[in-house]
Design a protein around this ligand. Structure first.
Ligand code: PLP
Length: 347
């Protein structure tokens, strides 16, 4: 993302165009990539019912210094009804680029079109916890050849991983896959060097070439990504069809035109104490809270945030959201257990 942002900046080639619009609730590393590219963050609030941009607010942003808008497509769910196209439209009307952030939604589609192919350029992540993972790495996709050349030239100048780094990454990949099982997941989760399930803001992003030792692992998965996605889709749909909405439990509105891949399945628990109880007692089932704060409340981004303030939608999401695991090892029993625990604890 940092390389991509630097490349867009170079392509635009205007000193005063240095702001990037991002949703006030998204992955922290999106904000830190902006910082690392020497750019500034402009936050836009999100709609707590869809987890996507509040479109009215997005339309009314001051675009004078904006370089690009970044989508989010969180949990493998394409940005809400019409929205992904509308973000594209708002970007082109205002003469700014759009990055379609598909880090969490490899294989998700919107009206037959792959998420990641909207806007000027798309981004996939093969980091830990993503649909396809080799612990590190990612991909950039664009049909803008001028941009592609700039990205290439940045990439060719970045450092190679050392042999030691490559081996360490390979070992991490092996541990990750050996224990990616609900009953054993606590083993890698308790190994601090894997940094699983933790969300912290990383101020400095070290940019290196994608490890040649682990890239084939991602490629292997890409080749069978439909099968990998199928399992996640089935698990996500099961939660969607079987978890009963109540005064305390609500689901996210999804687009009728979207084909989500459900990297995780998000639900909202509106009562604070009950949510806390679920997060404490059901941790071993892989239920997690996702990003603990909306970006406006992260002190680390203060120095490069151009519009501090309240972002009610994003703050509500960070207070209420929990996410359920969908990876291949989750079986019927696990899903039933997860559903029962949530329903019992919110009764
Ligand atoms: C993980 C993630 C990223 C960053 O990807 P990395 O490969 O970890 O740098 C960007 N955006 C979103 C929404 C993500 O979930």
């Amino acid at each position: 993302m940092t390389v991509l942002l630097k490349s867009l900046k170079k392509l635009r080639n205007k000193a005063e165009i240095n702001e990037v619009i991002i949703p006030a609730y998204t992955c922290y590393s999106v904000a830190s990539s902006i910082q690392n590219a020497g750019l500034k963050v402009r936050l836009c609030d999100v709609d707590p019912n869809t987890l996507s941009y509040n479109l009215t607010k997005l339309q009314n942003m001051p675009f004078a210094n904006v370089l690009c808008i970044i989508s989010a497509n969180l949990y493998g769910i394409p940005n809400q009804l019409q929205e992904i196209e509308e973000i594209e439209e708002i970007a082109s009307e205002n003469g700014v680029y759009m990055i379609d952030d598909a880090a969490q939604s490899f294989n998700a589609k919107y009206l037959e079109r792959e998420v990641g192919t909207f806007g000027s350029v798309g981004l996939y992540s093969f980091d830990k916890g993503k649909n396809i993972t080799s612990i590190e790495g990612g991909g950039i996709i664009t049909n803008n050849s001028e941009l592609a050349e700039i990205i290439d030239s940045y990439y060719s100048k970045t450092l190679d991983n050392s042999i030691r780094d490559n081996l360490m990454t390979a070992i991490k990949v092996i541990i990750y896959y050996l224990f990616l099982n609900p009953l054993l997941y606590w083993i890698p989760a308790s190994l601090p060097f894997l940094n699983l399930g933790k969300t912290r803001y990383e101020e400095i992003i070290e940019i290196k070439k994608y490890s040649r030792l682990v890239a084939p692992i991602a490629l292997m998965q890409i080749k069978r990504s439909n099968q990998i996605a199928e399992k996640r889709i089935a698990n996500g749909r099961w939660y969607k069809n079987n978890i009963v909405v109540s005064k305390t439990i609500s689901k996210i509105n999804e687009s009728d035109h979207g084909m989500p891949v459900y990297l995780r399945y998000p639900i909202k628990i509106t009562q604070k104490e009950k949510r806390e109880a679920i997060l404490t007692h059901a941790k071993r089932y892989g239920i997690t809270k996702s990003y603990p704060k909306s970006l406006n409340l992260l002190i680390e981004i203060d120095k490069f945030l151009v519009n501090p303030g309240e972002f009610e939608g994003a703050e509500e999401i960070s207070r209420q959201l929990i996410t359920l695991p969908t990876y291949a090892f989750i079986n019927n029993n696990d899903r039933e257990n997860i559903k029962n625990i949530i329903e019992e604890m919110t009764a």
